[in-house]
Design a protein around this ligand. Structure first.
Ligand code: PLP
Length: 297
């Protein structure tokens, strides 16, 4: 059982607390305004996967919101490792979030600034379920992308993502693939979207403010380069995706899941395709796992 969280805020200089009693102020700006950013990293064999890439994106997210890290990066790394260690999680997902802190409710930033809030927790993943999903593939449902225009920032403003995921689940699909006004797929509600063409080229939307720069997306691109699989970073329509040889999605928690159906239309004969499975295996193999052996602090 995962039971220990880390909290640092105006009332708490930073401590590990029972997760069910961990809390922040009702005036916390993350709670009131989603004035906050977050990261989700895979935990594998007790270590953090692709930690440096997550930390780089964390800093980019902070900068986008003019937030400062509540602690030096090296200290944060120690807290992340210690949270994993205290919870005895071998395989799971680590979540951490920074908000602008608690202050009298006013949309403008507090002046003077207040202590930012940092929360960290880790949740074990059932690897049997995940690996079964990776072998069998998942269905996705397409829905309009009605999010704000700065989807490149990993902020906690996720209401449209939540509603899209729920609509997908109610339709019996695992994920929602979001579609822009021109009919092109942007990404999933919590994953990046990919197709494989008849000629074996993998296609994914180029980075812009339209999508999150997924860490697993960057790993899949590295894997494709190593495997000499051709890549096109370009937009693609729902019709092209439905007619594709293969499709898949990527995220830190899934790594890579084959997509075997879109809106009930079978993709790749309704089975995980060979390019997808090669990329999944290689992406896992080249991921950097750090911190697993670090002693406790
Ligand atoms: N796109 C969105 C909207 C996401 O929320 C996520 C992950 O949460 C991703 C893509 C995948 O990003 P990553 O590979 O860093 O997990």
């Amino acid at each position: 059982m995962s039971r220990i969280a880390f909290v640092k805020d105006a009332r708490n200089p930073g401590s590990y607390v029972p997760r069910d009693r961990a809390g922040v102020s009702i005036e916390d700006r993350g709670f009131l305004f989603s004035d906050s950013i977050y990261e989700v990293c895979e935990v594998r064999d007790g270590g953090l996967v692709d930690e440096q890439r997550h930390l780089d994106r964390y800093v980019a997210s902070l900068n986008a919101l003019s937030l400062a890290s509540p602690m030096p990066i090296r200290s944060l790394q120690l807290v992340l490792r210690e949270t994993i260690r205290r919870n005895h999680v071998r395989n799971g997902v680590l979540y951490f979030q920074v908000t602008r802190g608690a202050a009298r409710r006013d949309h403008a930033f507090p002046d003077p600034p207040v202590q930012a809030t940092l929360t960290v927790f880790v949740t074990p993943v059932n690897t049997t379920v995940r690996d079964a999903r990776a072998a069998a593939g998942v269905e996705v449902k397409t829905l309009p992308d009605d999010r704000w225009t700065r989807r490149d920032i990993k902020s906690t403003s996720l209401l449209p993502n939540v509603l899209a995921k729920q609509a997908a689940r109610e339709a019996g699909a695992y994920e929602a693939w979001l579609v822009d006004k021109a009919g092109f797929i942007t990404e999933g509600s919590s994953t990046n979207a990919w197709i494989v063409t008849d000629t074996g080229t993998i296609v994914t939307r180029p980075l812009s403010e339209d999508i999150l720069p997924g860490i697993s997306r960057s790993i899949v691109l590295d894997a494709a380069a190593s495997l000499q699989i051709p890549v096109e970073e370009r937009v693609f329509t729902v019709a092209e995706a439905k007619a594709a040889a293969e499709a898949f999605l990527s995220s830190s928690s899934a790594v890579l899941f084959p997509v075997v159906g879109i809106d009930g239309v079978a993709v790749g004969g309704g089975e995980a395709g060979p390019v997808t499975l090669r990329l999944r295996a290689f992406s896992r193999a080249i991921s950097q796992v750090s911190g697993a052996q670090l002693p406790s602090i």
